[in-house]
Design a binder for this molecule. Structure first.
Ligand code: HEC
Length: 140
């Protein structure tokens, strides 16, 4: 008796989910992957990023009040919290946030801004490669 009802629900649910997925995709540039970003920074640095060095960089202060972890958490696998405004931040580790590191311009914009906040300068390519290696190494 219940089987046809369940089927009807499924038939209605699938096109809606597909439509929502299309809307989400159209508003997100999605031109890259975390792996490609790791390769990009490693190529710029001339050496592969190292996860342990990235972890140390991410969780340390560099002359200022904040580390990367001050806003993104340690490990950055859950929601972060902006150290100044308290605003929630999506998880930074890509295994916990499918949108992280999928838009090159967004990655560059935030790295520029956040490195200035933490280190009063832009991060080097080697530092970015190390941080990426660390973030990609964080698994569910
Ligand atoms: C003062 C708070 C703060 C600090 C400190 C901070 N971040 Fe962020 N970061 C943010 C916010 C806010 C965003 C945007 C999040 C959003 O829109 O969901 C962000 C986004 C990012 C992104 C973009 C991820 C993506 O693809 O969506 C990267 C990469 C990043 N941060 C790396 C770092 C690194 C590396 C450090 C340390 C050098 C750092 N952040 C320190 C607040 C901070």
């Amino acid at each position: 008796m219940n089987v046809p009802l369940i089927w009807i629900k499924h038939l209605r649910a699938v096109p809606l989910a597909a439509a929502l997925a299309m809307v989400a995709a159209s508003t997100w540039a999605g031109d890259t992957t975390p792996g490609q970003q790791l390769e990009r920074f490693s190529a710029q640095a001339g050496a592969a990023g190292q996860a342990e060095r990235g972890r140390v960089f991410f969780t340390s202060r560099h002359g200022g009040e904040w580390s990367c972890a001050s806003c993104h958490g340690s490990p950055p696998t859950g929601s972060g919290k902006h150290a100044a405004t308290g605003k929630a931040i999506e998880p930074l580790a890509p295994a916990f946030n499918p949108q992280a590191f999928t838009d090159t311009a967004r990655v560059d914009k935030w790295l520029r801004r956040n490195c200035k906040d933490v280190a009063q300068r832009e991060c080097s390519a080697a530092e970015k490669a190390d941080v990426l290696a660390y973030l990609v190494s964080l698994k569910r």
